[in-house]
Design a binder for this molecule. Structure first.
Ligand code: DAT
Ligand code: MG
Length: 151
């Protein structure tokens, strides 16, 4: 498995519902490394660029309204196999289909309020981190626990 980067975002409902600490702690406890973190009011243009592959969908305008409806928490996480692993921790797109134990399975009920985003490929992880963060906002660092997490 390769060291990868993924873009994780707590959506406005997660922030409003006071789930920021709960969600961050799941990635922290798993053993991934946080390399970027900010609270951010997303402009419409950025939301549209982030979700550009969904532009033709009927729900696109509602999705953009939702993502721009309040502050989000933007995060970059790094680790071995982090992209697919984060998607597993997050759970299925429709929270009613998400397994218990996943973030969406435990904390959400509707697709249109599914509390968190995670990149779906290493390429999109890089693309999305570059889209949401400026260079100086990201940190390269070595957690003291690293030798206890990886061989
Ligand atoms: P995911 O967020 O699990 O990667 P996606 O990339 O297919 O899912 O879609 C992005 C977001 O768009 C998703 O988190 C919620 C919204 N969405 C997707 N499908 C939808 C649908 N059928 N109705 C309403 N919103 C939808
Ligand atoms: Mg997606």
């Amino acid at each position: 498995e390769e060291v990868e980067e993924t873009y994780i975002m707590i959506k406005p409902d997660g922030v409003q519902r006071g789930l920021v600490g709960e969600i961050i702690s799941r990635f922290e406890k798993k053993g991934f490394k946080l390399t970027g973190l900010k609270l951010f009011q997303c402009p419409k243009e950025l939301a549209e660029e982030h979700y550009k592959d969904l532009k033709s969908k009927s729900f696109f305008p509602k999705l953009i309204d939702y993502i721009t409806s309040g502050p989000v928490v933007c995060m970059a996480w790094e680790g071995i196999g982090v992209v697919a692993s984060a998607r597993k921790l997050i759970g299925a797109t429709n929270p009613l289909n998400a397994e218990p134990g996943t973030i969406r399975g435990d904390l959400a009920v509707q697709t249109g309020r599914n509390v968190v985003h995670g990149s779906d490929s290493p390429e999109n992880g890089k693309r999305e981190i570059a889209l949401w963060f400026k260079e100086g906002e990201l940190s390269s660092w070595t957690p003291v626990q690293e030798p206890w997490l990886t061989e």
